[in-house]
Design a protein around this ligand. Structure first.
Ligand code: ASP
Length: 404
């Protein structure tokens, strides 16, 4: 078992290294036409299982918690951890961008701000409740799927004996999905190769260099958040050494980096949390929730980019405006879907909250390097989910300590 795990991590790492090398030598057109489809095929396979997996896993997780009181406690802790670390993440992003100001030299002029009408914060929260759960499932609207699954789990608990058959069926569905996912994941090293090489081939130096400051700041702040905040949380609360934490999380981290999708990384995160000792009810509840609402990397990116865009237009953001950014980013991260590019859409909402243009030259520059930034932010997003899962499991005294 130990050998198999190690093999997957190493194989995925080799896939990443070879993918980067291939991206450097392959012509962009070749990589996009002939290599990328294999990555897309793998993502489609994962997406095929992810909605039933999340649904069944959360129903089973909720039932496994035993009673509504435990659910409330666990849910409360989870949401608190997610919100707190996300607020911390934006703050780190903003501090980094204040320390290394970028974009002033651009000197763009701001025309009248006409921001597209996005979804308001109130709507984001109202939309969590699906008026049609079947549609939520078929649309793959994760937040709604999660809400419905928790309600169904609570319903099963309240019904007791008579609802047992439904619990068993969902349990079987979850098992089947885990098994299928396991089979699909054996292809992960190839998928990582096929996902990464086109990104490297397409993003040549001419695209990256002008925005190097933004890229380095986002990557630096992301690394800082992972190393300091997550190591601190898992070390301080769960008593797991950072080295063990990151080693076990490695396949998930590399896959998130390659796919830029928290949702597609769920199966990898589940395995990582399992290896770190989080029991099934906790991980099947906390992880899919995190992949959907916990976006620390996205929050860092939004903080840095908001400041970059303000600088590009020569706008000096006041302290209260920066606090406004912290609040909007934290709330916006809940509504951000765990798919590539979602964070950029939510950035427009953050910009609107402080009167910055969400369309135009500066945003165009940010969008040009979105995939590169997305890889870093997704990596942080899912690492935060795994960290939260072990921290919550430890605080519930449910962390298995077999490998410590
Ligand atoms: N791609 C990110 C994720 O899946 C979301 C984002 O675009 O920031 O976590």
């Amino acid at each position: 078992m130990q050998k198999k795990k190690l093999n997957l991590s190493i194989k995925v790492l080799i896939g990443l290294a070879l993918g980067i090398l291939a991206g450097l030598v392959l012509p962009a057109e070749f990589a996009v036409t002939y290599v990328k489809p294999f990555g897309t095929l793998f993502l489609n396979l994962i997406k095929m299982v992810v909605v039933p997996l999340v649904f069944a896993s959360i129903v089973v997780g909720t039932c496994g918690l035993g009673d509504a009181k435990a659910l409330g406690r666990l849910g409360g802790k989870t949401i608190l951890f997610y919100l707190f670390t996300t607020a911390l993440a934006v703050t780190i992003g903003l501090v980094a961008a204040n320390l290394f100001p970028m974009g002033r030299e651009l000197g763009f002029t701001m025309e009248a701000v006409t921001n597209p009408a996005g979804t308001s914060i109130v709507d984001t929260f109202l939309n969590i409740v699906p008026t049609n759960p079947i549609k939520a499932l078929s649309d793959g609207n994760m937040l709604q799927v999660i809400f419905f699954a928790i309600m169904l789990g609570v319903g099963i608990l309240l019904c007791g004996e008579r609802a047992k058959p439904l619990e068993s069926v969902t349990d079987a569905l979850a098992e089947v999905m885990y098994t299928l996912t396991g089979a699909i994941m054996t292809l992960a090293p190839f998928a990582v190769f096929a996902l990464v090489s086109p990104v490297v081939a397409v993003n040549g130096p001419e695209i990256l260099l002008p925005m190097l400051g933004v890229i380095l700041t986002v990557y630096g702040a992301c690394l800082f958040h992972m190393v300091v905040v997550y190591s601190g949380a898992v070390g301080g609360i769960a008593h797991i050494s950072p080295i063990r934490f990151f080693t076990e999380a490695a396949p998930a981290i590399i896959f998130a980096f390659s796919s830029a999708s928290s949702a597609a990384t769920i199966p990898f995160s589940m395995e990582a949390a399992d290896r770190l000792g989080a029991p099934q009810p906790v991980r099947s509840f906390v992880l899919p929730l995190g992949a959907t609402i916990n976006m620390d990397g996205t929050a860092i990116y939004q903080g840095v980019c908001a400041l970059f865009i303000a600088n590009a237009y020569g706008v000096q953001l006041t302290l209260s405006q920066q606090i406004m950014i912290i609040i909007t980013c934290t709330l916006a991260s809940i509504g951000t879907a765990g798919v590539p590019g979602a964070g950029a859409v939510m950035l427009t909402m953050v910009l609107a909250s402080v009167g910055l243009p969400a369309e135009g030259q500066a945003m165009g520059l940010v969008l040009g390097i979105d995939r590169i930034l997305d890889m870093a932010r997704t990596t942080v997003n899912i690492t935060g989910d795994i960290a939260c899962t072990v921290v919550v499991a430890a605080s519930e005294k449910q962390l298995k300590r077999t490998e410590n």
